[in-house]
Design a protein around this ligand. Structure first.
Ligand code: UDP
Length: 339
């Protein structure tokens, strides 16, 4: 049985990917420093899989410990999620992002090379493109990040490319658009503190945890004046990671893929969808634009479909919101009240 080591496996996309790997028959071990996640997700995964999942509460910057773990677990590949991912925070505290995302990844790569693990699938982001020149965005488009988060992810991609070039590694970089939704079980889901993402922020209103949702900007050059994003279900994202691992294990060459649905929805459309799904009026307030938000971000994922055979299934906004609602209703405070 093949084994995959997942860094950041206790986090939102990481936990869904651990579940997807399990469903495809992989053994999994998790490394997570629990800085933005908690062990409740691992407990939920163990409940869902009926398996004891090896868990290391370790920081990827600890090269010695990472080398030991890699030698002990001897994975066939690594999937690397452990990183900070808040655009606003990266603007106010850029060095935190360089330290964890870039330096942390360098340490992880060194540990992998020492331990003889030479395949890695890595979370990148649409933020590497910055303000797009045309829609949909393709992988060969210019990368000009407008914030340190996107900048560190792009630098990580380049570090992988040069390391692969030197013949030491093969990698797949997955550039996500807007991850959202939750596993159909309702046992794992998005749990950030503070929450900044649109769908969970609206669902907090439906849950009675907030009075209203703020709409950041209504003067964008879009049909209804609000930002348009490509919302991609976390279960579909998780499946793409499994396909990327299979691609590398099958001898595929290092490459970069966008992951989105290819269809954009505005902030107002998402608010309307949440109203329809939750039957809550969702009061709203119009707020100024949020710094660094491009008007429209929509992916072309043609390449992932053709090369990886990826076929996202949960693309209807009502399905995405309904799955997230199931999770948020039963876990209004994330994993807080769980073991
Ligand atoms: N947004 C909003 N109100 C919120 C949170 C987000 O209007 O409370 C908008 C945000 O400005 C962006 C879109 O929703 O246009 C998606 O934001 P999110 O933070 O979910 O993801 P991002 O696009 O930043 O990755």
């Amino acid at each position: 049985m093949k084994k995959i080591l997942v860094t950041g496996g206790a986090g939102y996309i990481g936990s869904h990917t651990v579940l997807a790997l399990h469903k495809k028959g992989y053994d999994v071990a998790i490394v997570d420093n629990l800085s933005t996640s908690c062990k409740g997700s691992v407990a939920a995964l163990e409940k869902l899989t009926g398996k004891c999942i090896p868990f290391y509460e370790t920081d990827i910057r600890n090269e010695e410990e990472m080398t030991d773990i890699l030698k002990r677990e001897h994975p066939d590949a690594v999937i690397h999620f452990a990183a900070f991912s808040l655009v606003g925070e990266s603007v106010s505290n850029p060095l935190k992002y360089y330290e964890n995302n870039l330096y942390g990844t360098e340490k992880l790569l060194k540990a992998m090379l020492t331990a003889g693990t030479d395949k890695i699938v890595f979370s990148s982001t649409a933020a590497v493109y910055g303000e797009p020149k045309h829609i949909p965005i393709v992988e060969t488009d210019k990368t000009e990040p407008t914030n340190p988060y996107g900048e560190t992810k792009l630098a990580m991609e380049k570090m992988f490319r040069w390391t692969a070039n030197a013949g030491n590694l093969s990698y797949v970089s997955l550039r996500y658009f807007n991850a959202c939704g939750a596993d159909a079980s309702g046992l794992i889901g998005e749990a950030h503190n503070p929450e900044t993402h649109l769908i969970p922020c609206i669902l907090r209103v439906a849950n009675g945890q907030e009075q209203f949702v703020r709409i950041f900007g209504t003067d964008y050059p879009t049909a209804d004046g609000t930002c348009v994003r490509d919302y991609i279900h976390v279960t579909d994202l998780a499946d793409a990671h499994v396909l990327a691992v299979e691609y590398l294990l099958g001898g595929g060459k290092s490459d970069i893929f966008n992951l989105g649905n290819g269809q954009g929805f505005s902030v107002r459309q998402i608010v309307e969808t949440v109203r329809a799904v939750t039957h809550h009026p969702i009061p709203q307030q119009i707020a100024p634009r949020r710094a660094g938000d491009p008007a429209v971000l929509v992916a072309s994922s043609q390449k992932a479909r053709e090369v990886l055979g990826w076929n996202p299934q949960l693309f209807r906004p009502q399905d995405i919101v309904a799955s997230a609602w199931k999770w948020h209703q039963t876990h209004p405070n994330g994993y807080k009240n769980e073991p």
